[in-house]
Design a protein around this ligand. Structure first.
Ligand code: ADP
Ligand code: GLC
Length: 487
């Protein structure tokens, strides 16, 4: 059903302007999908200095104003720079004091003022532009003050008529600081700093907590994660709060933009391919990858890829515990990631000890990510927790078999291989235990080495699986409609 709704996306990053992880992908792909479905979508994000100049050159100035921000009435400049990309309008909030540094994030102490300002400025910009959305769709803690501002400082202004959704991409990060710090920078009234809203404990306030309380709807990026976060293990201290608000909480699994991730049109690959020539082309891509990474060039090796922020969320402690066990003469490992120095160091060490069999490429590199998705046989995602996860979706789309732990979105998107019925998309394990990870890798390797026909059938099944936004964008549309119809 075509839709004529107006939706404002508010969040801290969006591909291709700035991306540090999956949030950036979603802030790009979902607005595009909604716009194709007939919605008018504006994305509001900060004008970071780290946005490449070529994008800044395409922006036009839409206006500026001064805005009161802090408890003492301290005011800041708000500029609006605009550009359009594939039918989606991007409004960048400009203020050099806040956004001139960082990549784009700095430390929590500086990021809290930055995103207090951003959340308020985004709503003020909508009023300034005279564009009142039906729904403001806010993302993660950086935009969590938006639902609160909407019902307080902006109630009675034009944008105050909008409904709000707050999507949790990752509950690990919440925007927690002293009550004083948040009170000062948000300029929000005292009564909000009590337990039902921002108060976290005697001394601290929590931005995400307040946003979750005030949003009309809360979503997260998979059904399983929506359940998990109501338990203490996954709830990051907010399980009780989320359980209390469960009537407005739901899970909608992410998709990927299948034009952005299209192995047939991917100019970064040695040999672009679709399902009709995947088996041959993957061999060529594997050889090109091995050459680029200094791995022994041999298309019969079982190549395992790992593309990830290097944090404990991603299950790297398990990988570390069994790494040498995973390696044998038939196996190579290609790691691409940056993050926690202890994992960077460990992977560098494994590379130095296993030259030609292991490559640890410690950096953020879009092009290499594409080449690993295409050239590896399997992609490892053994996460401790995973709200959705996009790398397993991209892998499947590229005919690379995921090996995942059954948590969050990994559980919802990767059907475990069943050797009796020949169904499934990948190899999975349930408990967070290194031996189970090693066992899942061993099962994958055994199928690859000993029963290539069945392995190849899985590659084809994975390529044909629908990982696009089509279904999930419709679920968001239903939610927007439901909110729009609310009295
Ligand atoms: P998260 O958002 O938790 O980091 P996701 O799986 O949702 O995890 O998304 C990660 C995104 O970032 C994917 O698009 C992945 O390809 C990309 N990515 C992660 N690390 C790197 C890296 N080092 N270089 C290039 N792309 C990366
Ligand atoms: C977060 C999560 C990841 C999810 C992404 C996009 O970064 O860690 O699982 O895919 O957001 O929603």
């Amino acid at each position: 059903m075509p839709s004529n709704m107006n939706i404002a996306f508010i969040g801290s990053e969006s591909y291709p302007f700035v991306k540090t992880g999956g949030l950036g992908d979603v802030m790009y792909a979902l607005p595009r999908a909604l716009s194709r479905d007939g919605c008018t979508v504006r994305v509001l994000m900060p004008l970071y200095n780290c946005i490449p100049q070529k994008f800044k050159d395409q922006m036009t100035y839409r206006g500026s104003f001064m805005m009161d921000q802090c408890m003492d009435g301290r005011a800041f400049y708000v500029g609006i720079m605009e550009s359009e990309l594939d039918g989606v309008i991007y409004d960048f909030i400009d203020n050099r004091e806040f956004f001139d540094w960082g990549n784009p994030y700095t430390g929590l102490w500086e990021d809290i003022p930055k995103y207090c300002f951003f959340s308020k400025a985004a709503l003020a910009a909508l009023n300034f532009l005279g564009w009142v959305p039906d729904v403001v769709h806010c993302h993660d803690w950086q935009a969590a003050l938006v639902p609160v501002y909407l019902r307080t400082r902006f109630a009675g202004t034009p944008v105050g008529a909008a409904r709000s959704i707050l999507t949790i991409h990752n509950l690990r990060f919440q925007g927690i600081c002293s009550i004083q710090h948040l009170k000062y920078w948000s300029g929000l009234p005292d009564y909000l700093f009590d337990y039902p809203v921002f108060k976290q404990n005697e001394d601290e306030a929590n931005m995400f907590k307040g946003g979750l309380a005030y949003a009309d709807r809360v979503t997260t990026v998979s059904e399983t994660y929506a359940q998990e976060i109501q338990t203490s293990f996954y709830g990051e201290g907010l399980a009780g709060h989320l359980y209390y608000h469960r009537a407005k909480l739901s899970g909608i699994v992410n998709g990927i933009d299948v034009e952005q991730w299209d192995s047939a049109a991917d100019k970064l690959l040695a040999a672009p391919y679709d399902a009709s020539n995947v088996l041959q082309a993957k061999r060529e891509n594997k050889r090109a990858l091995q050459e680029q990474l200094g791995l022994e060039v041999d298309e019969d090796k079982f190549v395992i890829g790992l593309i990830s922020r290097l944090t404990d969320q991603k299950g790297l402690d398990l990988v570390n515990a069994v790494f040498t066990e995973l390696l044998d003469d038939d196996t190579q490992v290609a790691i691409l990631g940056t993050g926690d120095p202890r994992y960077e160091g460990a992977f560098r060490y494994y590379e130095s000890e296993n030259k030609g069999r292991v490559c640890a490429y410690i950096s953020y590199n879009e092009a290499l990510a594409h080449r690993i998705y295409a050239g590896a046989d399997a992609l490892l995602v053994p996460s401790l927790f995973e709200p959705c996860g996009l790398t397993q979706l991209i892998a499947m789309r590229y005919g690379t078999v995921p090996i995942v732990r059954e948590t969050g979105g990994l559980k919802d998107t990767v059907l475990p291989y069943n050797e009796y019925t020949d169904e499934g998309n990948g190899f999975t394990f349930d408990r967070y235990e290194a031996d189970l990870l090693a066992d899942a890798v061993a099962r994958a390797k055994a199928l690859y080495l000993k029963d290539r026909d069945r392995w190849n059938e899985m590659v084809l099944r994975d390529m044909e699986k629908d990982v696009s936004w089509a279904v999930s964008a419709n679920r968001y549309l239903d939610l927007y409609r439901e909110l729009k119809d609310m009295e």
